[in-house]
Design a binder for this molecule. Structure first.
Ligand code: ADP
Ligand code: MG
Length: 447
């Protein structure tokens, strides 16, 4: 009987999935059960108060967007919180923060501030530029300010922080944040509805215009034309423009030269991948924000293993947090290792044959060139076999490659070594202990 609401919810999820990364989506949206859809109001069941608050603070924009897309602007969302897993529930309305505060919808999320933006060498310059623009919108030579960098490195965060800062200090009246896709969509809609004049005057009436991910203007000629005029009008009036993109203007494809040259009028600054210390500091900050005290080795573990971007880093912490809150389990290094196994595997695979040889030799107190030597002395030969076995189980290297690293031995020698150790592990607990101990040693060295 719930078929219909399930289907409606699936549609909403399809939209949300586009905005929320895989890990976070699984953690925060999979546990939700749609309850009913009545009077244009969708009620969803969430497992706890904490869960509700998390969704509201982190995903209300994504949910709202999906609701409007599927059901129109009048649709409402209610949360029903399951208490003690019996279905006694309390219902809470979705909090609409953006509309509560200001009459001009600036689309800015309050969670992106300078205070919670952690500074490192990777983003120092971008942050300094952003702060000076935020302090004096339109009043510096940084107009436009263009921040570029890879996915999940904090572009949206920092450009929205400019908006928050200027707005809440009343430095400007009208702040407007859009991503370039939204701008494009709104523009197309305005053409269809014969409302291009309204569209243009809205965008040209703001004091601070923030446009995210401008690379998506690529090949959209009419939108570029419209944006060109918006840009000129605002710039002429001394209004501030802030842009973000995944690459510098010179490398933008499918964007007219007159635009890319304007993008360079002010200041172009990049954000780079954070180093280990910055990654750790970011995790620490996020944990603090959530009232969590975690042992330092957990931050180190996550920061060492997740290097791709900050969104992933945050995703890992959220996953830990959600798991421990839903299962009442303390967050320990062990739990972190278990839960983040899949994200950490690439790192484990990256362990080199040399590193395994070195760790094994060290463990048995041999010099590591013994791994490549011809000697058949029993202890050395066995240590070598263990190292080969570990190379096969821990790395992705072929038998042939492994053999070559062990003093140019044939792949059949490697096969023989592996099968010997496999057998020994089953019947000889001493060997098993050695293998486990070396494995541990390698794992710990990865932390
Ligand atoms: P981008 O727009 O570059 O893809 P985002 O701004 O969406 O990246 O950042 C991804 C996530 O990482 C956001 O939740 C953001 O708050 C967080 N984040 C990025 N950089 C920092 C930082 N320096 N300090 C704290 N959080 C950050
Ligand atoms: Mg972004």
């Amino acid at each position: 009987m719930n078929r219909q609401v399930d289907q409606l919810w699936e549609n909403i999820l399809d939209d949300i999935r586009k905005d929320v990364n895989g890990n976070s989506f699984t953690t925060w949206f999979k546990p939700i059960k749609p309850e009913k859809f009545e009077n244009n109001t969708l009620t969803i069941q969430v497992p706890s108060q904490f869960f509700y608050e998390w969704l509201e603070t982190h995903y209300s924009d994504a949910i709202k967007k999906a609701m409007i897309h599927r059901f129109g602007p009048e649709a409402k969302l209610l949360y029903s919180i399951i208490m003690d897993s019996s279905i006694q529930s309390v219902q809470l309305p979705s909090i609409n923060k953006a509309n509560r505060k200001s009459s001009f919808p600036s689309n800015i999320s309050e969670r992106f501030t300078f205070e919670n933006f952690v500074e490192g060498d990777c983003n120092k310059f971008a942050k300094a530029a952003a702060l000076s623009v935020a302090n004096s919108p339109g009043g510096t030579t940084f107009n436009p300010l263009l921040i570029y960098g890879g996915v999940g490195l904090g572009k949206t965060h920092i450009i929205q922080a400019i908006g928050n800062f200027a707005k809440f200090r009343n430095l400007v009246k009208r702040v407007l944040y859009v991503d370039s896709e939204r701008f494009t969509m709104d523009f197309i809609n305005s053409i269809q509805k014969n409302k291009t004049t309204e569209f243009s005057s809205l965008y040209r009436s703001v004091d601070l215009l923030i446009v995210d991910d401008i690379q998506f203007f690529s090949n959209k000629e009419r939108t570029q034309e419209e944006f060109f005029h918006t840009f000129n009008t605002l710039h002429n009036k001394g209004k501030q423009i802030v842009l973000s993109s995944d690459r510098p203007p010179k490398e933008m494809k499918g964007i007219e030269e007159r635009l890319t040259s304007r993008f360079q009028w002010g200041l172009v600054v990049d954000i780079q991948l954070p180093d280990l210390e910055t990654r750790q500091a970011i995790l620490q900050k996020k944990a603090e924000e959530n009232g969590l005290e975690l042992p330092g080795d957990i931050f180190e573990f996550i920061a060492t293993n997740i290097t791709s971007n900050i969104r992933e880093l945050e995703g890992a912490l959220i996953r830990l947090l959600a798991y421990s809150s839903l299962n009442g389990e303390d967050i320990t290094l062990d739990l972190a290792k278990r839960l983040l196994k899949d994200v950490c595997i690439p790192q484990m695979r990256a362990i080199s044959i040399e590193f395994i040889q070195k760790s094994t030799a060290e463990y048995f107190n041999f010099p590591d060139d013994m791994m490549r030597a011809k000697t058949r002395k029993k202890e050395i030969a066995q240590a070598r076999q263990i190292a080969m076995y570990l190379c096969k189980t821990i790395t992705d290297n072929s038998l042939k490659t492994i053999g070559l690293h062990f003093g140019g031995r044939d792949h059949t020698t490697v096969i023989h070594a592996i099968s010997c150790i496999e057998k020994l592990i089953k019947k000889d607990s001493k060997i098993r202990d050695h293998v486990d101990a070396i494995k541990n040693k390698i794992e710990i060295a990865q932390l």
